[in-house]
Design a protein around this ligand. Structure first.
Ligand code: GLY
Length: 381
């Protein structure tokens, strides 16, 4: 565990600590951005827990830190609280883990009015959401993300699911939580690598939607990397706003939501070729180098923009792993794996490129030669 604690003068959220999210035009749930669990009871009590059962799904890294605390608060609102503690890691994001959750719910006689809580990072959030979407054709669930990456990305927007064999997120459902409860305190126990990985998605939000936000992240890099509470609160809040806007406009990824896949086309290929041993944000970071390189090659962005983005990704430790990937793949492997990804659009590779920092677009004209060139570039580090 790390020895650092959130630094700075506390939170600066005031009235902005609740972000309402709509789904298909109707209010669906709120994102609550909090500094500890003191508001948890007030947030979850109105969610029909009274007299009902709740199952908290978490993993063996998170459970020792937060399970008892959360369980005690949930017990004040519900009739019975049980838990499932899964093994931590992407390798357990599979249908066997879902079966473990179903077993618990069946043994404990959970019915349609009962609730699941996901207490953990993206893997736990995605799996708990998928179990909630499918158990008895759908029961309520609450997202309680504990990693930087899941706070700004996977807990928002209702993508749930599991990996199938070597195929990431191949089986799943769009299914909305009843609430997202972010507690910054949980970042205190997040190892450095996972913390940096969260910035893969945070920088991505700036690059695809808001150039001024990207500049602000760079200007505050020192504070952010030092886990300053004020700077982090601001970044999480702004990233949640960007993610919210995108998923509200296009909840089922028929168009604009695909922009969130900036860096994911080659990022997913690298993730797969590395056997999921690298963190998601690290692979997205490498994928963003490739997509930014292609954006420059296309003449959309200048060499100065490219250098600035690359320097930012380096500063946030998002290309630290780039040297180690060379032993595991060559450019042809990346191309072949990219072509087998679900981000393909029929037979065309679907890329997200930049028009400029802060503005992205979907491009289906990227050729195999361009993918090879971008892959050779990242492997040349
Ligand atoms: N993580 C990408 C999305 O939610 O669409």
């Amino acid at each position: 565990m790390n020895s650092w604690m959130i630094k700075g003068n506390g939170m600066s959220l005031n009235e902005n600590n609740v972000l309402p999210v709509s789904y298909e035009g109707e209010h669906a749930y709120n994102i609550h951005i909090c500094e500890d669990y003191s508001q948890l009871k007030a947030v979850i009590a109105p969610l029909n827990l009274d007299g009902r059962k709740v199952c908290i799904v978490t993993d063996d890294h998170i459970a020792p830190h937060y399970l008892k605390k959360v369980e005690a608060i949930v017990k004040e609102c519900a009739n019975k609280v049980v838990n499932v503690v899964l093994k931590a890691g992407e390798e357990y994001k599979n249908l066997d883990s879902i079966a473990t959750i179903y077993e618990k719910l069946i043994v404990e006689h959970f019915d349609r009015k009962d609730t699941l809580i996901a207490l953990g990072g993206g893997v736990i959030g995605d799996m708990t959401g998928f179990a909630a979407a499918t158990y008895l054709r759908g029961i309520s669930f609450i997202q309680m993300p504990t990693t930087l990456l899941s706070m700004v990305d996977s807990s928002i927007g209702g993508k749930t699911g599991v990996d199938y064999k070597a195929y990431k997120n191949m089986v799943g459902a769009f299914y909305m939580p009843k609430a997202v409860f972010i507690n910054f305190e949980t970042l205190n126990t997040l190892p450095d690598r996972e913390f940096y990985s969260g910035f893969g998605e945070i920088l991505k939000h700036g690059l695809i939607k808001d150039g001024a936000y990207f500049d602000e992240l760079l200007a505050n890099a020192g504070l952010l990397l030092n886990r300053d509470a004020g700077a982090l609160t601001n970044a999480v809040y702004k990233s949640c706003c960007i993610k919210r806007e995108v998923v509200q406009n296009d909840p089922k990824e028929q168009g604009e939501r695909a922009l969130l896949n900036f860096g994911h086309t080659i990022g997913h290929a690298v993730e797969k070729l590395m056997n999921f041993e690298m963190l998601h944000g690290e692979c997205v970071g490498i994928g963003m180098v490739a997509a930014t390189y292609l954006s420059m090659e296309r003449g959309n962005i200048t060499k100065e923009d490219f250098d600035r983005i690359l320097a930012a990704l380096k500063e946030f430790h998002l290309v630290d792993g780039i040297r180690s990937i060379k032993e595991h793949m060559n450019a042809e492997d990346i191309l072949l794996t990219t072509k087998s990804d679900k981000k393909m659009d029929g037979n065309t590779i679907r890329f997200i490129l930049l028009n400029k920092p802060g503005e992205a677009y979907i491009d289906t004209t990227v050729s195999e030669e361009e993918v090879l060139k971008a892959s050779k570039f990242i492997l040349s580090f």
